[in-house]
Design a protein around this ligand. Structure first.
Ligand code: PBG
Length: 323
């Protein structure tokens, strides 16, 4: 039966009407923009599989950070390529490494911009795994000690938010403890709590030179078929002291974002990863899609699913479109 008094189309009649009843509003304030820092000076090289993303030396990263802040984007996440790699990834906590220098230089030049430090070892180890090896197995508890050093070095450099992406068990507890013992109790932990072993990280691993030299990451990152396990990871990380919970990747995992959002009262972040970005950029380059509309639709969907924070390589473009 069609009840002619009820017509949903009434509320879609004009842009102003639609905006009056819009349930989700994307904002530049939702974004975190990832940047890749490298050794050297005056380096600015485009990453081939991630158009319009660059390898930047610290001086150029500082310049970019100013622009990001001027656009109203509240935070950047710093990834780095080190000067040297070894078995345990010791350049990850070297205060002279590009990441630590970028954090402290950006903090000096743009103090209000929040800085997220990615805590992991895969960019820094010679074997490309996210921790210390024991044979071919990543030793969980030995890795925790190294992750503590990385987190502490980033906090000392001036990071506001520490974001562990390694997927070792117990790392939130370990990192919270080392931060608190060193008077960094106000440094926030944003846990990559629900991080799947995903093919969508492909371009990032080229960009960060962090592909594993043997095997894959399936013994520590999650099986993409699982969602109950995601809830277990979230519960554990909250009990260990995580402030913000992240789900990664984003687009193929919005069901997970929505479940996490319903279950917890902490902020939820999504990471719209390199492979998702690369697919959009490639299709847009071919004029197969309308990039602006696809990006704003996708980012809005992430927010609609329940994300409060969206880490995305599209942040600068999206900010320009939204402003
Ligand atoms: C480090 C790390 C990765 C990403 C963020 N931190 C790669 C990985 O786990 O292999 C992926 C980000 C992206 O694809 O954009 N462990």
């Amino acid at each position: 039966m069609f009840d002619k008094k009820i017509r949903p189309r009434r509320l879609r009649i004009s842009e102003n009407m639609r905006s009056l009843v819009r349930e989700t509003n994307l904002s530049v304030k939702d974004f975190v923009y990832p940047i890749f820092v490298v050794p050297g000076e005056n380096v600015r090289e485009e990453i081939s599989s991630m158009p319009n993303c660059f390898h930047l030396s610290v001086d150029n990263a500082v310049e970019l950070a100013k622009k990001i802040s001027d656009l109203g984007i509240p935070a950047v996440e710093i990834f780095g390529l080190p000067e040297y790699k070894d078995e345990i990834g010791s350049s990850a906590w070297d205060m002279k490494s590009p990441v630590q220098r970028a954090i402290s230089e950006i903090k000096k030049s743009v103090p209000e911009l929040l800085i997220v430090g990615d805590v992991c070892l895969c960019q820094y180890t010679s074997h490309g795994h996210c921790g210390k090896l024991c044979g071919n197995y990543v030793d969980n508890d030995e890795t925790l000690k190294l992750l503590q050093k990385v987190a502490l070095s980033q906090a000392e450099a001036g990071a506001d938010i520490i974001a562990p992406s390694d997927m070792m068990d117990g790392r939130i507890f370990a990192i919270r403890n080392i931060l608190d013992e060193n008077n960094f109790s106000n440094v926030v932990i944003m846990s990559y709590a629900v991080k799947y072993a995903s093919a969508f990280y492909g371009p990032f691993r080229d960009a960060a030179d962090s592909a594993p030299q043997f095997g894959d990451r399936k013994q520590y990152q999650m099986d993409f078929a699982n969602v109950r396990e995601a809830m277990k990871e979230v519960e554990l990380d909250l009990s260990e002291g995580a402030d913000i919970i992240m789900v990664k990747p984003a687009m193929a995992y919005l069901d997970v974002v929505s479940k996490v959002r319903e279950k917890i009262n902490n902020p939820v972040a999504v990471y719209n990863v390199s492979g998702e970005y690369a697919m959009v950029k490639a299709a847009a380059k071919n004029n197969w899609i309308d990039e602006k509309r696809i990006v704003l639709e996708s980012l809005t969907a992430m927010k609609r699913a329940g994300a409060d924070i969206i880490i995305t390589y599209h942040a600068v473009d999206a900010a320009n479109w939204l402003n």
